[in-house]
Structures are given as structure tokens and as C-alpha cells.
Ligand binder design. Structure first.
Ligand SMILES: [Fe+2]
Ligand SMILES: [Fe+2]
Length: 271
């Protein structure tokens, strides 16, 4: 099975480039399931129902979130009727929505997708490892599902790598989001789980993590916030990762990064 994951869509430029490119990319990648992180899709902050619908219509199976999940308040409401919109599973009990779900890929196979958030240099949440443990034991790879994708939304690579090893042999892919910069450490862990510390963003890299450079620079230089952060409008690099799994085990056979358009050196899976 072939699983495609794309990193945080940043603002109108990021989401429009992704929406326009996805139908053809999905075909070229022969992806059976597509997941994208949508926490910054609406003006850089959160997601609206309208945007979520457009991401789905373009061929996205599952949209994950992160610390910006509720920046658009309407998400608190419509997430309840959208099983394919996931917020971090380790948000406190009683938080609207779900952190994991079982989805049918286009080849008919069942894929468990989950979203968790790290706690290092981020909001103090419930233990992400305990949340992953709960979901993995409820839906074991190879028994209750054919593939498992974990979006580990976290700031630091140490916590992401630890999650990779924690889920190794029990997930098809553990991929990081949130830092908006793709890492070059995509590989298959000893137990057969594909891993990449950060998928990178779908946005303009002529920016500070997707935002127009001017305001973040001013804040670093003077510590005085002046204007709002606005998403950069420049040419968009679409960033993500493709994993091919073994049909018998659900574990990874191959992993390769995807980068197309915009500022970053392009790369495309050769399988
Ligand atoms: Fe993000
Ligand atoms: Fe984030």
C-alpha cells in the first residue's frame, strides 16, 4: 500500500497550491491514502469548515491538526461531524473531536491515522506516549488494521525520534509536523516503521516558517510585537513523504520525501 503525508498547509498560498496539485500528485504517487496537516490552513491559524471541505474534495482522506486546532472557533463545532478531521489525541478529556480514526484507503484496506502533540516546549498536555499506546493496543497493526500513520506534532526532534522508536514495529509511519521545515532523516527504523522527524510545510519558504518575514524579524530584533503574523505569499513548496508498505505486515518497505515547487530543491520518490 502507498501512503502519502503532507506537512502543515500555511495560509491561502499553501492550501491553494496543495489543492491544485493534489489530484495529479495523488495519481503520480499512486497513493492509496493521503493525509495532510491542516492546522495553519486558514490565514496561518486553524481551519474552517469550508477549507476542510476543499481539502477533502481535492482528494485528501484525513486532515490532522495541532496546537493551532482551535484558532478558528468553528472547528470546535464542525469537528464533531467530521470523522476525518483529527485533533491531537492527548488533548484533555472532554475536548471536542477525536484524535484517531480508522479510514478506508482507495485499495479497500483499513488505515489507522492518529494525531498526537509533543510536550517539550509546547502546551502541557496529557502524555502523548500513553495516548499512542492506547490507540495501538486498541487497533493493532496487522490484526485490526492494514497500516498505521502517526502525525507527531512536536517542537523538538528528540521527542519525535523517541515516539518513532516507541511505535517502531507497530506503525507504518511516524512523521513529525509543526516545525514547518523538512528534515532529511527519513528512514526505516529497525522494527520496520518509516520515520521522518518533520515533513516540512506546504507554504512559501521565503518566509519565517511560512509567515511573512517582516513581523517575525521585527519581533526577534526588538521584542516588540507590532503587526499580526500573515502567511507569506511567495511561490509554494509542497512538502511531504511517501511510504510504501508491505501488504502482509503493514510495515514500511520504502520511504522517500516529496518536495515540489517554490524555493526548496525538488525531490520526488523514485518508486
Ligand atoms: Fe504548523
Ligand atoms: Fe503546530
Amino acid at each position: 500500500m502507498r501512503l502519502a503525508f503532507f506537512g502543515d498547509l500555511v495560509g491561502k498560498a499553501g492550501r491553494t497550491a496543495y489543492i491544485n496539485a493534489l489530484p495529479e500528485m495523488r495519481e503520480r504517487l499512486k497513493a492509496d491514502l493521503v493525509v495532510v496537516n491542516g492546522e495553519n490552513a486558514a490565514g496561518g491559524f486553524g481551519i474552517t469548515e469550508d477549507i476542510f471541505g476543499k481539502l477533502r474534495d481535492a482528494g485528501t482522506d484525513v486532515v490532522t491538526l495541532g496546537n493551532h486546532a482551535w484558532d478558528q472557533r468553528e472547528a470546535l463545532v464542525f469537528i464533531e461531524r467530521e470523522p476525518s478531521l483529527l485533533r491531537p489525541a492527548n488533548f484533555p478529556a472532554g475536548t471536542p473531536g477525536r484524535g484517531a480514526g480508522l479510514f478506508t484507503a482507495s485499495n479497500g484496506k483499513q488505515v489507522l491515522v492518529m494525531n498526537v502533540m509533543g510536550r517539550v516546549m509546547m502546551d502541557p498536555l496529557d502524555d502523548p506516549f500513553a495516548a499512542v499506546e492506547r490507540e495501538l493496543s486498541a487497533c493493532p497493526l496487522g490484526e485490526a488494521c492494514d497500516a498505521v500513520i502517526i502525525d507527531m506534532h512536536a517542537e523538538v526532534t528528540s521527542e519525535k525520534m523517541a515516539m518513532g522508536h516507541f511505535a517502531d514495529s507497530r506503525a507504518s509511519l511516524v512523521v513529525g509536523t509543526h516545525t514547518h521545515v523538512p528534515t532529511s532523516d527519513h528512514h526505516i527504523l529497525p522494527g520496520g516503521t518509516a520515520y521522518m522527524s518533520d515533513a516540512g510545510m506546504c507554504g512559501s519558504y521565503d518566509s519565517v516558517i511560512g509567515m511573512d518575514k517582516e513581523e517575525p524579524l521585527k519581533r526577534f530584533l526588538t521584542k516588540v510585537p507590532k503587526n499580526r503574523f500573515t502567511p507569506a505569499e511567495g511561490p509554494v513548496t509542497i512538502s511531504g513523504v511517501l511510504v510504501e508498505t508491505d501488504d502482509a505486515t503493514g510495515l514500511a518497505r520504502r520511504i522517500a520525501p516529496i518536495r515540489t515547487g517554490g524555493q526548496l530543491e525538488p525531490t520526488w520518490p523514485d518508486f
